[in-house]
Design a protein around this ligand. Structure first.
Ligand code: G
Ligand code: G
Ligand code: MN
Length: 339
């Protein structure tokens, strides 16, 4: 519900009133609608009073929305890739694709801003289709040369309403000669909150049938029904970076981390820890039952051109397979706790 009210005294009570500030009915309804839209943006099921700042916010979103439509059409979005480091193999073996938008006037716009817009406007599914096409072009050679490596993309609940995207994804990969098992779909624990719904279950089953792998993203932050998550059968569980921060930076945080890790391990799937930023973080995860790591210590998300250099560097240092951007190198540590 959005609420606007006519606070003009209409010249009867207020000494400064000009009588011109009285809104007409149309204006009042418009303001109520803006307030209601704001409620929807904040997660529905609430009410809000109109505030003049809403005009600006709505206008900004509307213009971003227009620009995003053009960006998708003109293919000016970019894909960045962030490596995942496998501790057992002692090398990186996966890359997470993350979309970036280089806006002509605003500069780099991050997905936290534009993904919600894409979701509300139905652009998210075409965007994912575009993304998979781009991945196949940019990373196809690497995937084919390294069958044990994989790419992952992020999927949100709005994809569950258009399961057709799975078929398109399969066809795109097939056309490029890439195995579907080399694509992992990451879904945040939060997005699975309505996991009871048949739609979610069916779409995830379908994804499995096409041969894609499934991962739970941001594990430990979604308040999910743990028994229900078990039914989905995920192949990778990614522990949210906030838990590592807490474990390393806050007294007693390690106990919570360990409790979450125990639950994650309980599903029987490999566990990845996100947001590994420093040697102290590596030291913390060492000797715990963790399969792979992702974070700035290994590499920030990089463009496909940078990835080529990254890959060459790794191939050149094949014997040690030392992650780049690593100073001081935790190689000793990584080797020490490689299973
Ligand atoms: O690195 P980064 O700021 O890109 O990512 C911020 C958030 O945006 C992450 O939670 C990530 O999962 C999400 N994100 C990035 N790219 C995509 C995408 O292609 N699709 C969806 N649904 N989310 C994405
Ligand atoms: O939610 P998801 O796991 O898809 O998010 C990936 C997000 O995490 C991206 O925004 C990416 O830029 C960010 N990220 C990746 N590695 C690190 C890290 O080591 N530290 C922090 N703070 N963020 C990271
Ligand atoms: Mn992710």
């Amino acid at each position: 519900i959005g609420i606007s009210y006519n606070d003009c005294c209409n010249g009867t009570k207020c000494p400064v009133c000009t009588g011109k500030c009285k809104d007409n009915l149309e204006m009042l309804l418009k303001k109520a609608e803006l307030a209601m839209n704001q409620v929807k943006l904040n997660g529905k099921n609430n009410f809000m009073f109109f505030d003049p700042s809403m005009n600006d916010a709505i206008q900004r979103t509307a213009s971003l929305q227009q620009d995003l439509k053009l960006a998708l059409k003109n293919e000016v979005l970019e894909v960045y890739y962030q490596p995942k480091f496998d501790l057992g193999k002692n090398r990186y073996d996966g890359m997470e694709a993350l979309i970036r938008w280089n806006h002509p006037r605003q500069g780099l716009v991050m997905p936290d801003i534009f993904i919600p817009i894409a979701e509300r406007t139905g652009m998210i599914v075409p965007m994912t289709q575009w993304l998979i096409e781009r991945l196949a072009e940019e990373m196809g050679d690497w995937l084919k040369a390294n069958p044990e490596c994989y790419l992952s993309i992020n999927i949100s609940a709005s994809h569950f309403e258009s399961p057709f995207f799975l078929k398109r994804a399969y066809q795109t990969l097939h056309r490029h000669g890439i195995a579907p098992s080399q694509l992992t779909l990451e879904i945040t624990e939060r997005e699975l909150i309505d996991g009871a719904s048949n739609t979610t279950r069916k779409v995830l089953q379908l994804a499995n049938q096409y041969g894609f792998k499934l991962a739970i993203d941001d594990f430990g932050t979604g308040y999910n029904n743990l028994a229900r998550l078990y039914e989905f059968g995920f192949e990778l569980i990614k522990i949210d970076r906030s838990l590592v921060r807490m474990a390393v930076d806050k007294a007693g945080g390690d106990r919570i981390f360990d409790a979450v890790l125990t639950v994650a391990n309980g599903y029987g799937a490999p566990v990845l820890v996100e947001g590994v930023e420093s040697p102290a973080d590596v030291a913390f995860v060492a000797h715990r039952d963790i399969h792979s790591l992702q974070g700035w210590l290994f590499s920030k998300p990089i463009s496909s051109a940078e990835f080529k250099k990254f890959h060459q560097h790794h191939t050149a240092h094949d014997a040690v397979r030392r992650p780049i951007n690593l100073a001081p190198t935790p190689l000793g540590v990584a080797t020490a706790f490689a299973k």
